[in-house]
Design a protein around this ligand. Structure first.
Ligand SMILES: [Zn+2]
Ligand SMILES: [Zn+2]
Length: 433
């Protein structure tokens, strides 16, 4: 893999204007803002911190947000931040932009000149860029205020699926009518954006199965109840949930990710423990996975004369983009990058994303934002080689700021929140014609 960011020097605004299609984006950012955002991103990347431990990160982001002179700036949920950018009118409901800020327990192998200085921790999911583009969006909105207020949320602990809930419990969505966020994605080139209605990320639940048998001498299996043989049968049977119980066109995953049992080659242990993850794009499929997992575990256990205790911990729900908010986001992308920038997601994404918690509460749109430079490879997120192209900062900041602007103007024009029902929107369009 060839890493294209080889220079440690901070590029000027000219890096943007050289890229075809990004000229309009480049014009939005004064040279000093370009340099300060690149410096911020590289500093965050060099000093990654794990979920809910983002103390240095939060302090650094607090300083960066203070520099754009928000109306208010608060710490929430421990290492989270909320900055309020004042709009032109107090009567328009606020719109939110969210960037996540945490890193992963991975040893970086990118070769970037600003690689992680923290052993075993790296920004392998691009949240260094998400935090930076949120600050960039705050700067753009502060320089040219939108119709109503915009709250910029910097959220900790996305990777553990717990940060969004902590932010919501702190009240960050109070008075907010719509929310926008995005994720860098190296399957797409810089300048390409996915903004589409429906499922964009999967429900992501964790399960644990404790199999209780009876220990015995390895040479006298008839005197015990072997939990290892039962576990092996169970692991194989769990593979039939997706392959035999769901419609072949329904995206879902059952992965057993850990198996623990036994301590010696000639001893049958008392118990075995499995854990894994369940992914589904729809609530109904998610329930089918839960039901089948419990049923198969119970029945296999009975067949092998052992007991199985199943625990399912609910993670984020499926991420479902709201149609009206998608319409606003697409308009923003067209205005900033042109119509050809909008691309379809292609095959469904079964990763989890805790932005889904916000969308359970209020309308919004989550975008995939292209982060691959020309001539380089896709590189999946959570890989030790993953990094996002620097140019994704400007695209993310400009598109999210513009989406907030479009949403805010639309809310101001209609004097309220977005319609939940797309038919209402169509009826409104008919009335307008
Ligand atoms: Zn991630
Ligand atoms: Zn991520």
């Amino acid at each position: 893999m060839q890493c294209t960011i080889t220079s440690a020097s901070i590029p000027g605004a000219d890096v943007l204007t050289r890229k075809p299609g990004l000229a309009k984006v480049a014009r939005l950012f004064p040279p000093e803002l370009v340099r300060s955002l690149v410096r911020l991103r590289r500093d965050l990347h060099r000093h990654p911190e794990l979920s809910f431990q983002e103390h240095r990160t939060a302090a650094r982001l607090e300083r960066a947000l203070a520099a754009v002179r928000p109306a208010s700036l608060e710490r929430v949920a421990g290492t989270g931040l909320v900055a309020r950018i004042r709009g032109r009118s107090h009567s328009v409901p606020a719109v939110a932009i969210r960037g996540d800020i945490d890193a992963l327990p991975i040893q970086e192998q990118t070769g970037l000149p600003f690689s992680s200085r923290i052993p075993g921790v790296m920004h392998a999911c691009g949240h260094d860029v998400h935090a930076t583009w949120a600050v960039g969006a705050a700067a753009l909105l502060s320089a040219r205020p939108p119709a109503g207020d915009v709250v910029v949320l910097l959220q900790p602990a996305e990777e553990t699926g717990k940060g969004a809930q902590a932010m919501i419990e702190a009240g960050v969505l109070d008075g907010v009518a719509a929310i926008f966020g995005g994720h860098v994605d190296r399957r797409f080139a810089v300048g390409q954006v996915v903004a589409q209605p429906g499922s964009l990320a999967a429900a992501s639940d964790t399960f644990e199965i404790e199999i209780a048998g009876a220990g015995a001498h390895g040479a006298r299996p008839h005197e015990g109840k072997d939990p290892i043989v039962a576990a092996a049968a169970l692991i194989a049977a769990l593979q039939t949930i997706v392959s035999r119980r769901l419609h072949p066109a329904t995206p879902a995953v059952v992965t057993v990710g850990s198996v623990h049992a036994g301590s010696a080659p000639n001893v049958i242990p008392d118990s075995a423990r499995l854990s894994g993850t369940l992914r589904a794009l729809e609530g109904e499929t998610r329930e089918k996975l839960h039901h089948a997992l419990r049923q198969i575990a119970g029945d296999i256990a009975r067949a092998y004369g052992v007991e199985a205790k199943v625990a399912i911990e609910l993670g984020p729900p499926p991420l479902i983009n709201h149609e009206t908010a998608v319409h606003w986001a697409r308009q923003a992308v067209e205005e900033i990058l042109g119509k050809s920038a909008l691309v379809p997601l292609g095959s469904p994404n079964l990763a989890g994303e805790d932005f889904a918690w916000y969308l359970e509460r209020i309308p919004g749109c989550f975008l995939r934002i292209g982060a691959r430079e020309e001539g380089t490879e896709p590189i999946p997120a959570h890989s030790p080689q993953f990094y996002a192209a620097e140019e994704a900062i400007w695209v993310g900041a400009a598109v999210l700021a513009q989406a907030a602007r479009v949403a805010s103007a639309s809310l101001a024009a209609r004097g309220g929140g977005p319609e939940a029902d797309p038919e209402q929107r169509q009826a409104r369009r008919r009335r307008q014609k």
